[in-house]
Design a protein. Structure first.
Length: 171
């Protein structure tokens, strides 16, 4: 396991000492011509430490690396019922659907998802359309990261997704 090193002036340094990294992936986003760093963190550490300081941590890592950073908790998916095995109940949190929804929440956090749609293309492919809350528009440069979010979600789940923000009513 690896640890995160931050600058000495950072106010999140005490919480960041507890954060352990499982692995990192570098994802090439062709539309942006920029790379995104995908960092996997153990689930328990993610829920106890990372959620509290996620915005500051991502900003600090993006300054240090000059790349977009996405933090995701490592979750396990259990297989469905098998015919030959005895009846076994699988917890909802370990199903494929639940894990993929949680990964989606991790990717876009600290912003929130306000809507999800599934559209079918003529060739039968599914495209997930995800609407994000527009409150975060200025704070995190979220508009620039939308294409990066789609590339990360495609890498993890092999599902096509389109992230968007609702239009503003500014005149």
């Amino acid at each position: 396991m690896k640890y995160i090193e931050l600058s000495s002036s950072s106010d999140i340094k005490t919480d960041a000492k507890e954060i352990k990294l499982l692995s990192c992936d570098l994802i090439e986003v062709e539309k942006l011509k920029k790379k995104t760093i995908l960092i996997y963190i153990p689930y328990k550490i993610y829920t106890t430490y990372v959620r509290k300081i996620q915005r500051k941590l991502i900003n600090e890592l993006e300054k240090k690396t000059k790349k977009y950073v996405v933090l995701v908790a490592k979750r396990t998916i259990l297989k469905g019922k098998q015919k030959n095995k005895s009846f076994k109940i699988i917890p909802r949190s370990r199903t494929l659907t639940s894990v993929y929804d949680s990964i989606l929440e991790d990717i876009v956090s600290p912003s929130e998802i306000i809507g999800k749609r599934i559209s079918m293309k003529a060739d039968g492919k599914r495209v997930f359309k995800i609407m994000l809350d527009s409150k975060e528009r200025q704070r995190d440069n979220i508009e620039e990261k939308l294409i990066s979010f789609a590339a990360v979600y495609k890498k993890i789940t092999r599902r096509d997704a389109v992230f968007s923000l609702p239009p503003t009513n500014e005149k």
